[in-house]
Ligand binder design. Structure first.
Ligand code: ADP
Ligand code: MG
Length: 607
């Protein structure tokens, strides 16, 4: 017969360590989080041999009382919560009280500390020994704050050690963890060394430009140059941070940092809301880049969902989703050529002259901070995809000369995209503004303008409904049928008439005429699943936009059509007034800008 025996303390802790201590990087994460919870303003991290040989994290935080030192290494011992109610509003990074116990069960760990304001000359240190993890407490020379030293990780758990990679790979993961944490608390000075070589020295950042410098250091200057700063607040929710311009997209979702009350998280709801916000402006299959901070009442979010705390559960998920989506959607829509140009003027000249990256043709152009400028509704356009507008060539010449002369008059107001000067190979429009040369892809620009106009028309005019000759009946789950029933009114506003006909069956009787040739059943199924998971769905809108986008593309100025100068100028003015006009319907840029400085450099003038 099997007998039951109580596990030795160390073994029990090693089992718990399986969940949170996967590799050196996870140790670093736990230790830095502890320093942050202890209100440290400086954290020094020393790593040797990818963290396998040594990890030492020292902070200047509150420190640990001599009498608590032993408990700090015990499992289920924490200073951060004391009763179940505390779990409902956690404002610290840790709360499970098992990190130090777990780490010390699989390594040689020494904890040294001295509390803030203690009048003792020395601090104290503890270590856990043997299978029972008996704690040895001794005096130690330590100034205010805490040091945790972790040597020989996994020396006693060979199965774990086998899964470790080369030092370099383990260090790369550590670097990523440090980066995430450094982005979460700008006020903390962070130093990182590997094998005695300094890797990062980050001073604490207070102002926005200092913060921006840290973001540039950690995420690359190109990200900052090609992103806008957002800061929005609504109903107790605040969202701030940097989001990439649609034209600065990435092939992988690797530059995406999202923090909830200072804790980095990966969350389906958040990812969905952001993806939706970029839907209409991103090149197909590309991913946006962002460093974003959501701040809300800790009671509104449950972090006790997963041992590594990378997942959270929002108590008002739909409200959060809606807030994120609308905030970012609005921010992206408001990026107009004048914002982009205004931003490009703040560039130091040498940054502007970098050659454009392949997936980022106007790297030097679109950057800086976002101004929430109200875009005006586009006027009736002065150009048409088909014919010319009939102005005689001498008339054109006169208007054009008058326009260009504005450029030399310092008091005259020159529009951001300037005045057209020529057309190049029937594809590009060349224009000059005060600062330099603007090159516009005519088709891309016209396409976006037409598309935005069609979308507006679709909203303002009633969506035309098309009763289906043969109503489509769809077998769904009871939950989905409930959802369809509850949302029938909302769906009706989008032009879709659904009706529940049985416990697990719905019937679609009407759809917007734009969608009559779509796969309606699939669309409704996807919409219901979105509604159940996120509380909202953009799919109907997305499908219609796709169709409008194709129509806009076919109706737009094709290559090789000669435009008269007034037509070109009208196109420029419309671009300035149209939302999202910095990129075409497919997410490609519609214009690039080269300043005179950059052009001078090309010709080595003044060197
Ligand atoms: P948790 O962070 O979940 O409370 P840990 O095992 O990580 O659990 O730490 C146990 C306790 O030790 C903490 O609650 C805290 O009181 C103390 N502690 C750990 N690291 C530090 C530190 N760097 N500064 C001050 N106190 C610390
Ligand atoms: Mg902790």
């Amino acid at each position: 017969m099997y007998r039951i025996n109580l596990l030795k303390q160390r073994l029990a802790n090693q089992i718990a360590a399986g969940e949170v201590v996967e590799r050196p990087a996870s140790v670093i994460k736990e230790l830095i989080e502890n320093s942050m919870d202890a209100a440290a303003t400086q954290v020094n991290i020393e790593v040797e041999q990818g963290g396998i040989k040594l990890i030492r994290v020292r902070d200047n935080g509150l420190g640990i009382n001599k009498d608590d030192m032993k408990l700090a290494l015990a499992r289920h011992a924490t200073s951060k919560i004391s009763e179940v109610a505390d779990l409902n509003a956690i404002d610290s990074l840790g709360f499970r009280g098992e990190a130090l116990a777990s780490i010390s069960s699989v390594s040689r760990l020494c904890l040294q500390s001295k509390v803030n304001g203690s009048d003792e000359a020395n601090g104290w240190q503890v270590q856990a020994e043997g299978q029972d993890m008996a704690i040895r407490l001794e005096p130690a020379a330590h100034s205010q704050g805490t040091t945790v030293e972790v040597r020989d990780l996994f020396f006693n758990t060979p199965a774990r050690k086998k899964f470790l990679r080369k030092d370099r790979t383990e260090f790369a993961r550590i670097d990523e963890v440090v980066k995430r944490l450094a982005l979460s608390r700008f006020g903390i000075e962070v130093n990182l060394t590997h094998n005695q070589r300094s890797v990062h020295r980050m001073l604490s950042a207070e102002s926005r430009s200092e913060k921006q410098r840290r973001v540039a250091l950690l995420c690359g200057p190109a990200f900052v140059d090609n992103s806008v700063f957002v800061d929005l607040e609504r109903a107790g929710l605040r969202l701030w941070g940097w989001v990439s311009l649609p034209t600065f997209s990435r092939s992988q979702a690797d530059l995406q940092y999202f923090y909830v009350n200072g804790r980095i998280i990966r969350d389906k709801l958040v990812a969905h809301a952001i993806k939706q916000a970029y839907r209409d402006v991103l090149y197909h299959g590309r991913h946006p880049a962002y460093v974003l901070y959501l701040e809300l009442d800790p009671a509104m979010v449950d972090v006790n969902v997963h041992p590594t705390k990378h997942e959270v559960r929002f108590r008002e998920g739909r409200m959060v989703h809606d807030f994120l989506f609308s905030a970012l959607h609005k921010a992206l829509a408001k990026i107009t050529p004048s914002d982009q140009l205004a931003a490009s003027q703040t560039l130091p000249p040498d940054v502007g002259s970098l050659p454009p990256e392949p997936n980022n043709p106007n790297a030097s152009l679109q950057q800086g901070s976002l101004k929430f400028r109200e875009t005006t509704t586009p006027r009736q356009s002065g150009y048409s995809p088909g014919g010319t507008n009939g102005a005689s060539s001498s008339q054109q010449l006169a208007t054009n000369l008058a326009a260009l002369s504005q450029l030399h008059d310092p008091d005259a107001e020159v529009p951001p995209l300037g005045y057209a000067i020529a057309q190049l190979h029937g594809i590009y429009l060349l224009a000059q503004n005060r600062e330099g040369l603007v090159i516009v892809d005519m088709h891309a620009a016209h396409e976006r303008i037409t598309y935005e106009r069609m979308k507006q028309a679709a909203v303002t005019e009633e969506i035309k409904m098309q009763p289906l000759l043969v109503p489509i009946s769809i077998a769904v789950s009871q939950v989905e049928a409930d959802c369809a029933e509850q949302q029938a009114q909302a769906l009706m506003q989008l032009g879709i008439a659904v009706e529940r006909v049985a416990d697990e069956s719905i019937v679609v009787r009407q759809v917007p005429s734009l969608l009559k040739d779509s796969n309606v059943e699939q669309l409704i199924r996807d919409v219901l699943s979105d509604l159940l998971e996120f509380g909202s769905s953009e799919r109907i809108q997305a499908r219609q936009d796709e169709i409008l986008s194709t129509m806009a593309c076919h109706g737009s100025v094709r290559a090789n059509r000669q435009l008269a100068l007034p037509e070109m100028n009208a196109l420029l003015r419309d671009m300035e007034a149209t939302e999202r006009s910095g990129q075409c319907n497919h997410g490609r840029p519609t214009f690039v800008f080269r300043s005179l400085d950059e052009l001078d450099k090309l010709f080595m003038r003044g060197q």
